[in-house]
Design a protein around this ligand. Structure first.
Ligand code: AP5
Length: 208
């Protein structure tokens, strides 16, 4: 597990949790504290869709339906992104891996680079609250039937990763059903920092 020194030496952390749990929200803050880039596969795919790239054209319909993009496509996306210089000292992965084959791909990437994960942070929130939050946000895929499908896919394909990472001693569980700042403080506490850093970094992000 990384500690306060992680800010200077980097860290490799995965954010795990259902749609709407606050992974993206917390990722923005935590990456500042850890001094590593937050890499959201959802954001990367949405960017590709907005730019109309071949990848974007391929995944647009899949994302709109709430299904997952296939593992081979995601392996290419993530391999290329993690090879960039800014990821050399570490990264905060948001939205990857979300299937067991993706977890094995990540394990292979880490093995090839003689690296290890520091932690997998599971942010959990009751289902009714997830639906409430995502409907309020109103992103393109935040329609109730699509949200319910994303939650179903999460339970079927992604939830097994909880056991996978628990067995490897990497899982840390965070109650995400609290105000944003309390969730941040809980996460930073795992990395040896507390509420003061949480307010400081949340303010920086809000003012950015
Ligand atoms: P992705 O973008 O990863 O979506 P997701 O996992 O469904 O997660 P969200 O972005 O909906 O939620 P979040 O946990 O980040 O919450 P957020 O901070 O935004 O993926 C989208 C699609 O891309 C997938 O469905 C799939 O098709 C494809 N895809 C991506 N990665 C893939 C992969 N690896 N393999 C295959 N396909 C892939 O917060 C949500 C809302 O709640 C916000 O409005 C926020 O302000 C609010 N909020 C946050 N925290 C709190 C709090 N504590 N209290 C109150 N409100 C809060």
């Amino acid at each position: 597990m990384a500690d306060a020194a992680s800010r200077s030496r980097g860290a490799r952390v995965v954010l795990l949790g259902p749609p709407g749990a606050g992974k993206g929200t917390q990722g923005q803050v935590l990456c500042q504290h850890l001094g590593v880039p937050a890499i959201s596969t959802g954001d990367m795919l949405r960017e590709a869709v907005a730019e109309g790239t071949p990848l974007g054209n391929k995944v647009q319909g899949i994302m709109a339906s709430g299904a997952l993009v296939d593992d081979a496509t995601m392996a290419d996306v993530v391999r290329e992104r993690l090879a960039k210089p800014d990821a050399r000292r570490g990264y905060l992965l948001d939205g990857y891996p979300r299937t067991l084959p993706q977890a094995e791909t990540l394990a292979g990437i880490l093995r090839d680079a003689a690296q290890e994960l520091d932690a997998v942070l599971l942010v959990d929130v009751p289902e009714d609250e997830l639906v409430r939050r995502t409907l309020l946000r109103g992103r393109g895929d935040d329609k109730e039937d699509v949200i319910r499908e994303r939650l179903r896919v999460y339970r079927e394909k992604t939830a097994p990763l909880i056991g996978y990472y628990r067995e490897r001693g990497l899982l840390r569980e965070i109650d995400g059903n609290r105000p944003v700042e309390d969730v941040t403080a809980g996460m930073l506490g795992l990395f040896g920092a507390g509420r003061e850093v949480s307010s400081e970094v949340n303010n920086e992000v809000a003012g950015a």
